[in-house]
Design a protein around this ligand. Sequence first.
Ligand SMILES: NC(=O)c1ccc[n+]([C@@H]2O[C@H](COP(=O)([O-])OP(=O)(O)OC[C@H]3O[C@@H](n4cnc5c(N)ncnc54)[C@H](OP(=O)(O)O)[C@@H]3O)[C@@H](O)[C@H]2O)c1
Length: 487
Amino acid sequence: MSEQQQQENAAAAAVSNGDQQQQQNGADNNKEKEVTENGTTGESAEPVAEAENEAPKKEMRAVVLTGFGGLKSVKILKKPEPALNEGEILIRVKACGLNFQDLMVRQGAIDSPPKCPFILGFECAGDVEQIGEGVEDFQVGDQVVALPEYRAWAELVAVPAKYVYKLPKGLSYLDAVTITMNYTVAYILLFEISSLSQGKSILVHSVGGGVGQAVVQLAKTVKDVTIFGICSKGKHEALKEANAPVDHLLEKGSDYVSEIRKISPEGVDIVLDCLCGEECNKGYNLLKPMGKYLLYGTSNVVTGETKGFFSAARCWWQVDKVSPLKLFDENKSLAGFNLRHFMYLQNGAGHVKRTVDKVFQLFQEGKIKPLLDSTWALEDVAEAMQKMHDRKNVGKIILDPSMEPKPKPATPAKGKDKKKQSSEEKKDNDEKKEEKKEEKKEKEEEKKEEKKEKEEKKPEAPAAAATNGAGEPAAEEADAKEKESSS
Ligand SMILES: NC(=O)c1ccc[n+]([C@@H]2O[C@H](COP(=O)([O-])OP(=O)(O)OC[C@H]3O[C@@H](n4cnc5c(N)ncnc54)[C@H](OP(=O)(O)O)[C@@H]3O)[C@@H](O)[C@H]2O)c1
């Protein structure tokens, strides 16, 4: 077995141990009391420890996913404070980063998620409260940011030291969670994989979001780079005012291929695709010779509030299979990047740490300026997630454990002769009605999509099968599609 395989197996074993830990935690959860059901505060009435002589375990607030699905599965619970293992650092959390990946995790739309219930979140910043055995280079009181594998959205988190980074001078907790994941990914995409250089052009999807804005700012540190950015129309005005303006802002859902060809008939040098599905083919076909297409996300998988099985399948089958022979003939490159796999499954933590250092350096030189969309209390996490889902964020969404939740609207008084409902009963009924409405809407959407896809798919099916065989027929097929999309 090669050294790399051994490392990967060890990493996989560690992950599986992590799952067992999660399951154990899951069992513990049953003893815990929910703080809120809908985002209002409340107190845990029962002590967690069962044995009479045992001191009650200290508790913390955490954002827990109780089951894969919609926003109702996200709850603020009281959980026992985490125990610190060898090689770990205990962090008192001051800010948490919300990433698109968290929406996908909630829906169960990512590979190998842990068993529910578990604490959500991959990004947090705060103060080092305790140091585990064997940890060097950190001290109690250090201000840090961390990228743990889940469990980041809590008042306290124990994180392996290899995923923790000391904050440079002048970087606040909020700015730290605005830049760490997004700019590190953007840096790797632009400078380590795409080898961005002077005079190149880039197509960026979701350009108004966290990674999108990081890409724009980092790309603009290189001379004469032209950026074609696509996002929802509602963000265009705000982006014109942003620190690093996009050269050509295009509307999501528009015929962006034709728009780009009008400005740059040869196409673009780099395509950064976080959507997948049919955007893969469009992006590949837009590449100039020597161009690079890079897939780093699958946002198109997310349709309704809960996982759509059909949208995941569509993302897969809409993508043309490209043979290396085609790449050879056309002088194009394909690449992919997945930070989660790289860090937690492929031993990439050291590499990422070095890239985080480079990002912090750029921050200190004033070359990047974090773009914060909004800050929310832990209890308002559902609303924060909904904002991202509704495509309304410009920049990063953050959760702040010290923030007071928003006041909830008061329940209107009932008429005299109607049966009095407690506010809790009223809320439950409203929630159930809402859930039913959402379910109905999602089913209708899925049916519509299914029908549309079947209609679109019929004439293309034999051609798609032909491309799987690789070689000349595949190239001809893609050429024909390219002509179609650019005409
Ligand atoms: N490979 C990696 O390691 C890695 C790491 C971090 C993030 N990512 C990927 O990068 C992309 C951006 O992530 P982010 O965390 O920075 O999020 P983000 O861009 O801040 O937030 C979401 C934005 O995505 C766009 N979007 C596209 N498809 C959507 C959909 N189906 N539902 C809702 N919104 C959709 C919306 O903007 P518009 O409507 O304006 O397009 C929305 O405002 C995601 O695909 C994410 O998975 C990859």
